[in-house]
Write a protein that binds this ligand. Structure first.
Ligand SMILES: Nc1ncnc2c1ncn2[C@@H]1O[C@H](COP(=O)(O)OP(=O)(O)OP(=O)(O)O)[C@@H](O)[C@H]1O
Ligand SMILES: [Mg+2]
Length: 306
């Protein structure tokens, strides 16, 4: 595997770390959903004819795929605070996928997971990039396996091409069905690399004017990328104009719109680290959110096998 190449020097504190070991979990069953139908009741969002939706209420037959390649699913957006990390965390848990965290501030999945870089001598992400090794995955109870980020990553992140090569090599080495990559809010060179390496790019988009503007810009710039727009933090009664706008943003492109992820007030102040979708029973307030996450996970599987 090639090194991150353009990696700049980072704080010397972490210079005496031993090599991270390569973990090769057993390959999981790669499954696929046979049918995707635009049949979401309740929220009558996006049921306009010009939107190819990915809504899939009744998960149909699943079967094994012969494709041995690990798929990289990147969660990215041009705007911050749109729900990337929340979706990435849940999706990684549901898909049994390693979560590579490229968000270098403390609003990250790394923090949510309970990893405190202050208490660690090593910075697995930076170490692995610097040395050209594959980072060891952290394992936690009811949380996704994690490659934690570090604040130093902001100034030491690889250029897009090197990041893309690195992620591709890691995905191959881990031998999982999927790898989820969470990116830094508002874009970054490493995030661009994660988009370039992705088999699927999930773009959370609240139905708000500025967020829709940013998503429209992204779609205009990369209509040939495997983007799927995910209306996020959607209120119980979404605005009709915004619903129609997200439809027109993807019109004439192969880009799809997934089932909306509802706004759930409790998520904003949630302290638990376990994935929301891991809780059994699901708290009543989270039922629709959990259903949307399952639907998105099914969409990802179907996308890669369809
Ligand atoms: N479905 C939801 N309902 C309510 N609140 C949500 C939902 N999804 C995320 N949030 C909250 O919105 C805020 C931003 O979410 P999150 O951190 O996932 O966004 P982000 O796009 O990763 O942000 P950043 O650009 O800073 O990385 C957080 O406080 C989070 O708890
Ligand atoms: Mg985030």
């Amino acid at each position: 595997m090639r090194n991150g190449g353009t990696l700049k020097q980072h704080n010397g504190k972490r210079s005496r770390r031993s090599d991270e070991t390569l973990k090769r979990p057993n390959s999981q069953t790669l499954q696929r959903s046979a049918v995707i139908t635009p049949v979401r009741s309740g929220l009558k969002l996006l049921q306009c004819s010009n939107v190819e939706t990915a809504w899939h209420h009744n998960i149909a037959t699943f079967y094994r795929s012969n494709d041995p390649m690990t798929k990289i699913v990147t969660v990215a957006a041009r705007k911050g605070g749109v729900g990337k990390t929340t979706i990435a965390y849940e999706l990684a848990w549901l898909l049994g996928a390693p979560l590579v965290d490229l968000e270098f501030d403390d609003g990250s999945a790394t923090r949510m997971w309970g990893y405190r870089h202050e208490a660690r001598l090593r910075a697995p992400l930076l170490d692995a990039i610097e040395r050209g090794t594959v980072p060891r995955l952290l394992i936690g109870y009811h949380k996704p396996e994690l490659v934690p980020c570090h604040p130093d990553f902001q100034l030491n992140q690889p250029e897009p091409e090197a990041m893309a090569d690195t992620l591709t090599a890691w995905a191959k080495a881990w031998d999982h069905d999927y790898v989820i990559v969470d990116t830094h809010g508002g874009g970054s060179p490493s995030g661009d690399g994660a988009i370039a390496a992705a088999d699927l790019v999930i773009v959370p988009t609240p139905l708000k004017t500025k967020d829709l503007n940013a998503t429209e810009g992204m779609v205009t710039e990369m209509p040939d990328y495997p983007l799927v727009l995910v209306p996020s933090m959607v209120p119980k009664v979404p605005g009709a104009a915004e619903i129609s706008r997200i439809g027109s943003i993807v019109e004439g492109t192969p880009i799809t719109v997934a089932e909306p992820v509802p706004y759930v007030r409790g998520i904003e102040t949630r302290k638990k680290r376990v994935a929301i979708t891991s809780e059994d029973p699901t708290p009543k307030a989270n039922v629709e959110f959990v259903s949307a996450m399952h639907s998105l996970a099914s969409y990802v599987k179907a996308h890669h096998n369809g």
